[in-house]
Design a protein around this ligand. Sequence first.
Ligand code: PHB
Length: 400
Amino acid sequence: MRWMRNVLVGAALAGLALPAAQARTVKVGVVLAFSGVNAEWSEQIMRGAELYLKQHPDSVGNNKIELIKRDSKNPSGTVARTEVQELITREKVDIVAGFAFSPDAIASAPLATQAKVPMIVMNAGTAWITNLSPYIARTSFSMWDAAYPMGTYAAKTLGCKTAAVGYTDYPPGKDSLEAFTKGFESAGGKVVDAIPMGNPAQVPDFTPFLQRVRDEKPNCLYVFVPAGEHAAALVKTYGELGLRAAGIKLIGPLDIIQDTKLQGMGKAAVGLVVMGHYAADYTNPANEVFVKAWRAAYGANSTPDFMAVGGWDGMAAIAHVVKTLDGKIDGDKAMKALEGWKFASPRGPIMIDPKTRDIVQDEHVEEVVEKGGRLHVNVLETIPQVKDPCKELKVGKCAQ
Ligand code: PHB
C-alpha cells in the first residue's frame, strides 16, 4: 500500500495531526443497594464515584467509562450475585464495582474469579473479602483497621479494664467482635459480654441490648452496627438509657458517627470516641477540594461521608486502570496495575497493598465535640498507614 504510506507521510510533512489512538469505552457494572433500609449509603457511594469522574475527565486518557448500575436490594447476597452474573455474561462489563454490604461482595467473589473480571469493593468491610478472589481490590476499609487498634487504645489509653461488645449479627459484625477482642485482651482488658444485635436488613430496638449492658456495667461498650439508620438509632438509645452517666463509654468504628447522621444525633453523640479514617471535617488539601466539589454538585447543606470517599477512591482506582491499560481491560493486567497504587485521597494518603489488594490508610482516634452549635470530630491520635491487621496477624480466613 505504497500510496497509503505516501498519504500518511505527506500528511505528517504537511503538519496535519494523525488520527489519535483509538478511544475505547470501558463498561463498569456498579452493584449497590439503591433500595432498602440503608439505601442512602449507596447513593453516597455512587455520588462519590460519579463526582470523581466529573472532576477528572482526563483521568481515563482518551477513553470513556460507561457505568451500568444495578440494585442489590437486600443484604442477603443473592440479588447482588445474580446482578453480577448478568453484568458479566449479558452486558459483558470489563469491571464490576460497588458492594455496599459484605454478603453482596462475599456471594459475588467466585464470579469475579471465574470470569477474571476485576471487582472493586467500595464499601463492604469484612476483612477476608479480599482473600476470596485474586481479582478483588478494596478501596474502603477492613473492619479490623478500626476494631483492632481501638481494642488496644481502649485498654491502654481510655483505661477500660472490662468491655462489652455489641454487633449486628452478620460477617462484618462478627469480624469486629473478633478484632476488638484480640486488640483489647492482648492489651490486658477483658471482654465480659458479646451481644448479637439483630440483622442489617432491619433496624432493631436497641433497648434490651443496651439495658443488659447497663446492668453489667463494663467500662467500655464497643459497637459495630452498619452506618446510617442503625447507627442513628443506637446512639439515640445510648443517650436515652443514660449509659454515659452510668460510667459506660460508647466506642466503635467511625460507622457509628457517619457524617450524614452526626448532626441529627445531638447531645447523645458528644464525647463518643471512635477509630476512623474519614470525617468531612478533615483539613487536608485533597479533602478541601473534595468537600467543595461535593457541595457544589449536591447542595450546600449536603455532606460527603466515608462511604462517599470509598466511591470516589474506587473510581480513582478504576480510572487508573483504564488509563494504564489504555482502555483494553484484561483482568490480570488490571490487578497488576492496582497493586501498590498510591493516591491522595480525601481521607489522606492511601495505597493498595500489593500483597493483599486491600487498602492501606491512616486510622485516627477521634472524639465528637460540640462547637458553635454543631458537632465536629477532634482528632486525638493518628496511626499511620494501617495494613489490615487480620491479614498481618494471619487470623482465620485472613490466613488463606
Ligand atoms: C458491610 O456490610 O460490610 C458494612 C456495612 C455498613 C458499614 C460497614 C460495613 O457501615
